[in-house]
Design a protein around this ligand. Structure first.
Ligand SMILES: C[S@@+](CC[C@H](N)C(=O)[O-])C[C@H]1O[C@@H](n2cnc3c(N)ncnc32)[C@H](O)[C@@H]1O
Length: 460
């Protein structure tokens, strides 16, 4: 390990990853639910990413918001080379990806201040002095009212990974492609011996075991790759005048959809007693948090929130397609909308879609109940909101170029983490091999393609 790494595993490059939760269009709605205004994703905003890796997410965002300016920093030169190769291939001019450690950013200064910032997979992977550098950078580089996103391993669910992390740290590494082969075998053996005594570790390992070694090196081989409690992040961010706003993903604002009645009651009590976020993580068994912080964003009233939500353009959607548009929902929902009510919404929103407000009016219920019904259908995947048509059209050409580059990779058998979806306002992912087969034209799926076209992902 070299000196400049400051404890971060720099022996191998991180995977080319895409993070669907990084999406200014969607953050605007989440901020509204937290009672705060967000810098407008329709304006020419400035967006900063700290520890951007090979910047796949940032590049897709630069394609999706051609009116905005994007800057990414990462201290691993391999990541910067990969990012700049793709930027050149697409021919983008509204993004810059630079090599630099956070400590170097402090000395450099921002030029102009930023409206948005994001740090995904960084805070819970770096030592305390680097965390302190991040706070100093944000303090100097963010403008008034800016919104910052943090994606990080959550202690509540991640604590169970402790023994796996210890095995990865202690079992000697081999050479070549699979340096963790012996550590992997040791984890398998340990879990076999545990039977059903380490259920959460078994679930985590099930999710991680097929990932390549160079991903695991960062995810669990990293010395500082621990889970974090929300309060332990909120406190230092307070030093940079940043206050917790709420979850970045709209669905996560609706706890009652995911918890049994007793869980909702326990959470309510914990919120009253002042330990709501800890209880929330424990009850949801969270292994990861995607949170938004703001630097003095103005408050918005319930009436303004309702007005803005009513204006959203909704289309019929189907979560079962698994296009990565409804992160953190999947099979965890405990409640949903009545089937007939949902079908009514989907009929109304067929084709080009209909406003959220029109769906509310179609429900035979008082306004609050109607609002909740449409919200539930929206966050659970039965409906989807699209950006305004003018914004989609403005982003279409650059997103087409990004997606053409991804399709070329796919045809060469390369790794494609996701696509740029101008209608969605960011990235979407395809996790299933059969979706790749459809994209490559090896199998037919007209419904899948029709849905992609609705998002503005034009790949045939
Ligand atoms: C787990 S990766 C996440 C990459 C990317 N944000 C993503 O989610 O795909 C963490 C990134 O932070 C970068 N990093 C770690 N310490 C850093 C530092 N002190 N200064 C700048 N970048 C750093 C690493 O090089 C790596 O690319």
């Amino acid at each position: 390990m070299s000196d400049w790494s400051q404890g971060y595993p720099t022996d191998s490059a991180y995977i080319d990853a895409i993070q669907v939760e990084i999406n200014p269009w969607r953050w605007q709605q989440s901020m509204l639910f937290s009672g705060r205004a967000c810098p407008s994703p329709r304006a020419p905003f400035r967006f900063l990413e700290l520890g951007c890796g090979s910047a796949m997410t940032l590049i897709a965002l630069a394609c999706s918001y051609p009116q905005a300016k994007f800057t990414g920093y990462d201290f691993m030169p391999e990541h910067i080379v990969t990012a700049n190769r793709l930027i050149r291939e697409i021919g983008l001019t509204n993004i810059e990806v630079r090599e630099g450690a956070f400590a170097e950013m402090i000395a450099e200064g921002p030029g102009e201040k930023y409206d948005f910032a994001a740090a995904h997979g960084v805070w819970s992977w770096v030592p305390p002095e680097v965390r302190s550098d991040i706070v100093t950078v944000l303090n100097g580089w963010l403008g008034t009212g800016a919104v910052t996103y943090f994606g990080y391993n959550a202690a509540a669910g991640w604590a169970a990974a402790g023994p796996i992390r210890q095995i990865f740290r202690r079992v000697p590494r081999g050479r070549g492609e699979r340096p963790f082969a012996a550590a992997r075998a040791a984890v398998d053996l340990w879990l076999e011996q545990m039977g059903d005594m380490a259920p959460q570790a078994a679930v985590l390992w099930q999710k991680l075991k097929d990932a390549p070694d160079h991903f695991l090196a960062h995810e669990i081989g990293s010395e500082f790759g621990t889970g974090i409690w929300m309060e332990d992040l909120a406190e230092p961010l307070g030093e940079a005048k940043m206050t917790y706003a709420g979850p970045a993903v709209l669905a996560e604002h609706m706890d009652a959809l995911f918890l049994e009645d007793e869980g909702v009651e326990m959470l309510r009590r914990a919120v009253d007693e002042g330990w709501g976020e800890t209880a929330r993580d424990l009850l949801h068994r969270r292994t990861f948090r995607n949170d938004l912080y703001h630097r003095g964003a103005p408050t918005v009233s319930g009436t303004t929130m309702l007005e803005k939500m009513r204006a959203l353009r909704l289309i019929a959607w189907d979560e079962a397609l698994n296009i990565g548009t409804h992160p953190s929902v999947f099979d965890q929902l405990k409640r949903g909308v009545d089937e007939r009510v949902l079908l009514g919404f989907q009929e109304l929103c067929a084709g080009d879609g209909a406003p959220f407000g029109a769906c509310m009016e179609a429900v035979d219920a008082p306004p609050m109940a109607a609002f909740q019904a449409v919200m539930t259908a929206l966050v659970s995947g039965g409906l989807m909101d699209l950006r305004p048509k003018a914004d989609v059209e403005a982003a279409q050409e650059t997103c087409d170029r990004f997606n053409a580059a991804m399709m070329a990779r796919l045809r060469r058998g390369g790794h494609v983490p996701g696509f740029a979806a101008p209608g969605y306002g960011g990235c979407v992912q395809f996790s299933r091999p059969e979706q790749r087969a459809v994209l490559l034209g090896e199998t037919e799926d007209e419904i899948f393609h029709a849905r992609l076209e609705k998002l503005g992902v034009r790949v045939r």
